[in-house]
Unconditional design. Structure first.
Length: 151
């Protein structure tokens, strides 16, 4: 996606989280293995939690921040490859966790780029805070997800 202002970025990231949430929960309802079902349900809740936090941030943020345009539009792809989540991979605990981490890594990179490209200190702080939130969420997700893993 070609980004232009903060509002568009937040709305796009929310939509991608929503799509992943629905995909994970849908796969969880079909999972045959208990630990895979638990992981998918957890990943769905994780995506929902992050999306809700972004929605709340957007609701609380000033129009000045939300309407801030970047000096130039640029592309950073964050869309996960949902086509990978079919067949055997949709029932492979490690593959699912890898997919979730790869997606979170893309979001972290997006926020890092945006913080570096921001032309005001306040906007840099906004994306730095979102970056920290996403990194904490990713670390918590990995730690919690490993509890479902069989040894």
């Amino acid at each position: 996606m070609r980004y232009k202002n903060t509002r568009e970025i937040l709305e796009h990231v929310q939509a991608v989280h929503r799509g992943l949430e629905q995909k994970y929960l849908g796969l969880g309802a079909q999972a045959g293995e208990e630990r895979v079902r638990l992981l998918l349900e957890y990943l769905g809740r994780h995506e929902s939690h992050i999306r809700e936090a972004l929605e709340q941030y957007e609701a609380d943020a000033s129009d000045e921040i939300l309407d801030t345009w970047f000096p130039h539009a640029f592309d950073v792809s964050i869309e996960p490859d949902l086509n990978r989540l079919v067949g055997d991979e949709a029932n492979d605990f490690d593959a699912l966790l890898r997919h979730a981490v790869e997606f979170d890594d893309r979001i972290v990179e997006l926020y890092r780029v945006l913080a570096n490209e921001a032309h005001t200190e306040r906007l840099r702080e906004v994306f730095a805070a979102l970056l920290r939130m996403e990194e904490r969420g990713r670390n918590t997700m990995v730690r919690d997800a490993l509890m479902f893993r069989e040894d």
